[in-house]
Design a protein around this ligand. Sequence first.
Ligand code: PEP
Ligand code: MN
Length: 335
Amino acid sequence: MIVIMKPTAQPEQIESLKKELEGLGLQIHFSQGMNTTLMGLVGDTTRIDIGKIASMDIVEEVKRIQEPYKKANRKFHPADTVIKVGEATIGGGGFAVIAGPCSVETPEQICAVAQAVKASGASLLRGGAFKPRTSPYSFQGLRGEGIQLLLEAKKQTGLPIVTEIMSYEDIDLFEDVDVIQIGARNMQNFELLKRVGRLNKPILLKRGLSSTIEEFLMSAEYIMAEGNEQVILCERGIRTFETKTRNTLDLSAVPLLKKLSHLPVIIDPSHATGIPWMVEPLTLAAIAAGADGVMIEVHNDPPKALCDGAQSLRPEQFDALMTKVKKTTAFFQTL
Ligand code: PEP
Ligand code: MN
């Protein structure tokens, strides 16, 4: 971090700021110009409040040189984080496929979809029990009962389950859930992030609708700073001016996140586009971009789905997609 002092700053004021910063465990290096003094702060500046320094009368400007996230940063952890969930592995070179309906609806529906996606080669089952819906009048999910149905589907297929938590009040219901999802709308629910950060369970963190990459990584940092380093990043499309697709899939987020962070990165082409026929090309594009996996909505009877039927693949479409996923991942492994 660099602090640029105002030309009017007096030596004793500069010395007093230096002492204050040294008290925070930082080393201070000075660069003296004709009119300006620059202070270089060396050490862990993640806990420094930039605004507080910038608001001092003697300070012209403060610039961060290093990213404000440390635990999620690849610079401090060069090796890929590999997350093991049951038999499944996310990160470290493979391509994990999470599939299932938007919402858990009935025992027949979730078990039929679980069996179908397992047979096609999915390694984890998704399904929403607590649903963040735009309208309070829309189906809100089966809540605790939905989680019980997911556990039944897990028993039948052996697939680990991924489901979203919306409020920490419900945490007891998630005891046997394998991966807890934090949805796009809660990406900056910092209290929720801190609470799941104290769990010993992988967290699938979805990018907020209009969040920058840095904000996304800072949310991962919130979880990791509490001790839980098992975070999976999910790019699920961001809000842009485009209306032809539900969101805009930011595919450049994949190589960017992989460069900046060691955490596994997956994409969700279902929510990113809202269009079932776009799921396949974007899944293949995600493999090419270096993603560690994908999360896809699959429903056994999309027109009757209680949520997001229009973007869901039918099991046979998912099966055809999986054939291409296998060929494409095998091809990329030869490069
Ligand atoms: C979901 O995955 O079910 C979901 C609601 O996604 P998002 O939070 O990305 O909108
Ligand atoms: Mn959905």
